[in-house]
Design a protein around this ligand. Structure first.
Ligand code: 13P
Length: 237
């Protein structure tokens, strides 16, 4: 199982350091088979030097080695910290930052050419969800435009937009239906994200085609995140 914490614009360098100390202690003192990753803000990348069991990833990057791109970071800056895992296609970037599918595909190709692990996010808005499964799948598959779904370091995260940060997770049956349909076409590991918490995580990761979770709000408190890790790790499929 893969358990990923997306901090978004939460936590600082200092608080990420404290978080890491606690989670590393937890992983040292519990036998956990799952892979744990944290995607903190860039300013917390220096904390990575104290991480043994927690992988670090980048929530964003611009597809250049380096250059005149005000406010962005490129390959050189990620490489300095040994970051080799990136999130691409998150709905917050698609919607708030207006990232088009072309921009996203460009980032994907750059990350692939540089051999990054890519956690590629897809997800439908509420009006598509209400239209039924055929519309949902059509919408989700359109988000693979320009994406090489055979890339060996690709992980797909299904995050329905209406379930992100709302406390309203998709019900297990809805997640199951989508993950099964995705797995028929795409052979990569599949994560679910969207209001994952301590109460719903067992039924979600228990689904046949769920290979892990991408957790936002419920990952911010380290004790809570450790409880989620423990719960997931107890599920034997
Ligand atoms: P929440 O867990 O806060 O709904 O966020 C999910 C998410 O967007 C992870 O990338």
């Amino acid at each position: 199982m893969k358990i990923v914490a997306n901090f978004k614009a939460n936590h600082t360098f200092k608080s990420t350091g404290e978080y890491l100390e606690k989670i590393e202690f937890f992983l040292r003192t519990h036998k956990i088979d799952s892979q744990i990753a944290v995607f903190p803000p860039f300013t917390a990348f220096p904390c990575k030097q104290n991480s043994l069991n927690v992988k670090f990833g980048a929530q964003n990057f611009y597809p250049v080695k380096s250059g005149s791109i005000t406010g962005e970071i490129g390959f050189e800056q990620l490489n300095e910290f040994g970051i080799d895992s990136v999130l691409i296609g998150h709905s917050e970037r698609r919607m708030l930052l207006k990232e088009s599918q072309d921009i996203i595909a460009n980032k994907f190709n750059f990350a692939k050419d540089n051999n990054f692990e890519i956690i590629y996010c897809i997800g439908e808005p509420l009006e598509i969800r209400e239209d039924g499964i055929n519309s949902i799948l059509e919408y989700l598959f359109s988000q693979f435009y320009g994406i090489d779904t055979n890339y060996e370091k690709l992980v797909v995260a299904y995050e329905p937009i209406w379930a992100i940060g709302t406390g309203k997770s998709a019900v297990t049956k809805e997640i199951d239906e989508v993950l099964n349909a995705l797995k028929e076409k795409i052979k990569t590991p599949l994560l679910y994200g969207g209001s994952v918490n301590i109460n719903n995580v067992s039924s979600i990761v228990g689904l046949k085609n769920c290979d892990g979770v991408l957790v936002g709000s419920a990952s911010l408190d380290v004790d809570n995140f450790c409880k989620i890790i423990e719960k997931i790790d107890n599920i034997k499929k």
